[in-house]
Design a protein around this ligand. Structure first.
Ligand code: RP5
Length: 163
């Protein structure tokens, strides 16, 4: 199975990135984690992206805050799919959201919500599931469980207020 590479702009992003790691572990998806900054070590970040495909990476998740150029800078150096997590580090994360999502045509970054690490991991799993049926089965089971839980809560609320 291809790996998911998690790249964070700073180790201060780790508390959010750990939510993606937890999700990848739940699905038994192999991953690797790195700290590379688009601003503080741009050459190493670019080098990482250039070599990622040949190192068995299938999807890159990039988490960064403030003027968050990491996802775009990695995407500029690979044609692997790149998922950006805007980290709430300043300005309620709006700065990171806009910096991550507003990519010019030709260099896509799939941007999730501010601090949306779980969805970033799930999206990466959905991409890997295109060629890994076992992951597609696990995703479907998780969706069914999510539906069951909501309907259970609905039944409790309806029982309490509608009878
Ligand atoms: C960004 O600046 C990082 O991704 C982090 O979210 C933010 C603050 O970094 P530190 O100053 O905590 O290293 O580049």
């Amino acid at each position: 199975m291809k790996k998911v590479a998690l790249v964070m702009g700073s180790d201060s992003d780790l508390p959010i990135v750990e939510k993606a790691i937890d999700t990848l572990r739940q699905y038994a998806v192999p991953f690797q984690a790195h700290v590379f900054s688009a601003h503080r070590c741009p050459e190493q970040a670019a080098e990482f992206a250039k070599n990622a495909r040949e190192q068995g990476v299938g999807v890159i998740i990039a988490a960064a805050g403030k003027a968050a150029h990491l996802a775009g800078a990695l995407a500029a150096n690979t044609t692997l799919p790149v998922i950006g997590i805007p980290i709430k580090s300043s300005l309620d994360g709006i700065d990171a959201l806009l910096s991550t999502v507003q990519m010019p045509s030709g260099i896509p970054v799939a941007t999730v919500a501010i601090d949306g690490a779980v969805n970033a991991a799930l999206l990466s799993i959905e991409i890997l599931a295109l060629s890994e049926p076992v992951l597609a089965d696990k995703l479907a089971a998780a969706r069914a469980e999510g539906t069951r839980k909501v309907l259970e809560k609905n039944a409790a609320i309806e029982e309490k207020y509608n009878k």
